[in-house]
Write a new protein. Structure first.
Length: 433
């Protein structure tokens, strides 16, 4: 596994220790997990908002997630190369700057009221978030003993979930509050003025986020963090030249693909689903507040998981949670009213440990290929771009209610990965014996 080195001064200081440095670095990294959780979940508010502003169908509105998560597919491997070249710390700084630029681009997009410009701004923002993920996720896994990597990553992901819990409230107050339902008697000029005001509602929140990303970039540039040694100084576990040779990594990439695709699909449709007359009949702003229960459940589950998974097998915990989600989705599809609503919201609690657990299981035993493996796993986040579009097509054809059958297939694969697919080939972990 990768080793951590400190500066010469730290090495000679009696008061410094690797454990202390790791703890400080992990505390600093939690702010990043919070921010990209916040920015990603804000898309769940943008989907119904821009659907209303531009009068889109479900498939068209899912282009928001296609552009955002499609950036992971395009930028993940280049981001892995960048991190390998400039290091985890400066990869984080660069990612924060790119994310700030993406947020700032929402201002001209709103001013010109062009859907394509919004999608372009989201793509730039997502490229920055991708670089952050490629740098920060493996950084967390190596900042401490490998046996507790899943627990450590789950804890930092809990703060990611805190961001996703707060984002719907933030979006409901600053974005969806601009929505105007009573437009039936408005003239074309009044309707246009309303749409302009609704489009402009994104300017202030995204400028705040741009400023926050720039402040974080300055903070991380000034911080002294433990550094991972270069790949050429780290011995591989097995011979060969690519992370693709690890079966459990490849299957883990598929797991990330279907998990992120399913989670994003569910989150993207929550506001519209709860707005249906046979479910809850909420306004979009009221429904957005309930989205916080979905992500709040993920936050609670991650804090619980960070402790419980020190004693429970990672694979079995993953399979159990995925099976629970399948049951909840079946309840959602075959019931109506508040039963269906609370069943879909409860999915967040069981989603909680899935991403960090699949990620850490996929990276286990990769040695010098850890950075490349992280890039491959982040590449698989493209599931969040493709599967929501598929669910959008289903919603337009068979209805938003039955469209929730699609994620069930995704979670069935995760059950398989938790029970069997995550196990490395024996000779690839022989040196750990």
């Amino acid at each position: 596994m990768a080793s951590i080195t400190t500066s010469n001064a730290a090495k000679t200081s009696a008061s410094s220790s690797p454990a202390a440095n790791y703890q400080f670095a992990l505390i600093a990294l939690t702010s990043l997990f919070f921010m990209w959780g916040f920015i990603t979940c804000l898309n769940d508010i943008l989907v119904p908002h821009l659907k209303n502003v531009f009068q889109l169908n479900y498939t068209q509105s899912m282009l928001i997630q296609l552009c955002f998560f499609g950036a992971y597919f395009i930028a993940s491997l280049p981001s892995g190369a960048i991190v390998k070249r400039i290091g985890y710390k400066w990869g984080i700084v660069l990612g924060l700057i790119v994310a700030a630029i993406g947020c700032a681009l929402f201002v001209p997009a709103a001013s010109y009221r062009v859907y394509g410009l919004f999608l372009g701004a989201l793509f730039v923002l997502a490229c920055g978030v991708t670089l952050l993920q490629v740098a920060a996720n493996p950084y967390v896994t190596v900042l401490g003993p490998p046996d507790t990597a899943a627990s450590r990553l789950t804890m930092t992901q809990a703060f990611n979930a805190l961001g996703t819990t707060i984002a719907p409230i933030f979006g409901a107050f600053l974005i969806l509050s601009a929505a105007t339902a009573a437009v039936s008697g408005a003239t074309p000029e009044q309707l246009d003025a309303i749409r302009i005001a609704e489009a402009g509602a994104v300017k202030f929140p995204y400028m705040l986020l741009a400023a926050a990303f720039l402040v974080l970039a300055a903070v991380f540039a000034a911080l002294k963090l433990p550094q991972v040694e270069g790949d050429e100084e780290i011995e591989p576990i097995v011979g060969g030249g690519s992370a693709w040779q690890f079966r459990h990594l490849v299957l883990g990439a598929i797991g990330i693909f279907v998990y992120v695709g399913a989670e994003v699909s569910i989150g993207s449709f929550l506001v519209n689903f709860m707005s249906q007359p046979d479910i809850a009949g909420f306004s979009e702003a009221d429904a957005a507040h309930y989205v916080s229960y979905f992500w709040g459940g993920a936050m609670v589950g991650r804090f619980i998981g960070a402790v419980a998974m020190r004693y429970v097998d990672d694979g079995k915990a993953l399979a159990f949670n995925a099976a629970a989600v399948i049951i909840l989705l079946l309840v959602t599809v075959f019931t109506t009213g508040h039963t269906a609503m609370w069943a879909i919201l409860a999915v967040g609690l069981f989603n909680s440990i899935m991403f960090p657990t699949i990620f850490s299981l996929g990276l286990y035993g990769l040695g010098k290929f850890t950075s490349q493996g992280s890039g491959i796993l982040c590449l698989a986040i493209v599931g969040g771009a493709l599967l929501p579009v598929l669910q959008g097509v289903l919603a337009d054809t068979i209805g938003i209610h039955l469209a929730f059958l699609m994620p069930i297939v995704c979670y069935a694969y995760i059950v398989f990965y938790g029970l069997k697919g995550h196990r490395p080939v024996a000779h690839q972990v022989a040196k750990h014996a």
